[in-house]
Ligand binder design. Structure first.
Ligand SMILES: NC(=O)c1ccc[n+]([C@@H]2O[C@H](COP(=O)([O-])OP(=O)(O)OC[C@H]3O[C@@H](n4cnc5c(N)ncnc54)[C@H](O)[C@@H]3O)[C@@H](O)[C@H]2O)c1
Length: 354
């Protein structure tokens, strides 16, 4: 059977393998090509993973292949340029990894390129499709914990790499109300990185992660329209909670989710809800969130509509992340919309302010 959708993947590193696996699980999609600067990676993808054609540059792949969907799994600084290249080739959809870019100027370049070409651009905040958060949202929407007053999210990483996911998750759980203001602070001590989280190949030479600067710890408090607040805790100021977990406080109850890798016996989700004398443990077995996001992408391509991971939603999330940095830079509450489009963190570092 001929695939209805021909996919090419730009940058075939760690996360690209999840894209590949997930595309292969969706009927009608075939990954026909990949592009990576590393000859070893090209060799492995062709021989071990069975990708028909591998290219040394994204340009060559886009020129030679008639692609319908392109995944962009580069580090963030390259994302705007790669998105512009793919959109200019008229692909129907681009799946960009997160964080969307390094700064809002980058996000805006990507959105402009997609709008010019009529390309559907989504950003891979796949936790919106994770069963524990989907179940938590169902509970919230059913009124089981009353009105949500606060959501706390935790991760041991940094604002761009990890909190991008969790601010997106928080927004999803609340039904995506606009954010009104943000107040935040960062810590920039040398992390030492004894356990070497991924993305640190250039740490010794550049002190960057995934090609951009990071902080060692950050807190961000977000006021959403409608009254709910979100608290982001990350890096060295996060409570010792499982990475990518959340606590949701309502007027009549609360929900706790596990992180991505619960301890044996730890539930994915537990809740105190109205009318129940003790914790309840709703079923939320792990699922293939990226595959679910890709299946939804095909629905959007075939029937129209807006994907939950749409570029404009991702820009709103990125604006909140940048506002945490801007709050730290200005030592002030930042009322949105944010007017600066550079990364306040990169600007502070360039100016020697942190
Ligand atoms: N959504 C998620 O859950 C998730 C998880 C991990 C990483 N990520 C994100 O994915 C992105 C990539 O992370 P990773 O861990 O896969 O990185 P990685 O370092 O494993 O892979 C990057 C790849 O890009 C290739 N590359 C570099 N320059 C290139 C170019 N000009 N053209 C083509 N290929 C090029 C490298 O050779 C490498 O294979 C990061 O932004 C990261 O934050 C997302």
């Amino acid at each position: 059977m001929t695939a209805r959708y021909r996919v090419g993947i730009i940058a075939c590193g760690n996360i690209a393998q999840l894209h590949l696996r997930s595309y292969r699980a969706v009927p009608g999609i075939e990954v026909v090509a990949g592009a990576d600067v590393s000859p070893q990676t090209r060799e492995r993808w062709q021989t071990e993973l069975g990708i028909p054609r591998m290219y040394a540059t994204a340009e060559e792949m886009l020129e030679r292949e008639q692609l319908d969907i392109v995944s962009i799994c580069t580090w963030p600084p390259l994302r705007p340029e790669m998105t512009e290249l793919a959109c200019a080739r008229g692909v129907r959809a681009v799946v960009a990894e997160k964080p969307m870019a390094v700064d809002l100027a980058g996000c805006d370049r990507m959105i402009a390129a997609a709008e010019r070409a009529g390309t559907v651009l989504i950003v891979h905040h796949q936790r919106r499709f994770r069963s524990r958060f989907v179940k938590a949202k169902e509970l919230i929407d059913s009124g089981a914990i009353g009105r949500v007053e606060q959501i706390n999210v935790y991760n041991g990483g940094d604002i761009l790499t990890s909190s991008s996911h969790m601010v997106d998750t928080m927004s999803y759980l609340l039904g995506d109300p606009p954010a009104e203001w943000v107040i935040g602070q960062i810590d920039r001590r040398d992390p030492g990185f004894t356990n070497r989280p991924i993305g640190l190949q250039q740490w010794e030479e550049t002190h960057t992660r995934y090609g951009h600067h990071v902080e060692t710890g950050a807190l961000g408090l977000i006021q959403f329209e409608g009254g709910a607040r979100g608290l982001v805790e990350c890096g060295i100021v996060s409570r010792p909670r499982p990475g990518y977990s959340a606590t949701i406080y309502g007027t009549d109850g609360m929900i706790e989710t596990s992180g991505d890798r619960p301890e044996p016996g730890e539930p994915w989700l537990r809740a105190r809800i109205k009318g129940e004398p003790d914790w309840i443990y709703p079923d939320a077995p792990p699922n293939e969130a990226t595959q679910a996001a890709f299946e939804r992408l095909l629905e959007v391509l075939e029937h129209g509509g807006t994907h939950p991971l749409d570029m404009r939603m991702a820009r709103r999330i990125h604006e909140i992340l940048m506002a945490i940095y801007e709050s730290s830079r200005r030592r002030a509450r930042i009322d949105l919309p944010l007017t600066v489009t550079e990364s306040p963190l990169e600007a502070m570092i360039a100016a020697g302010d942190v």
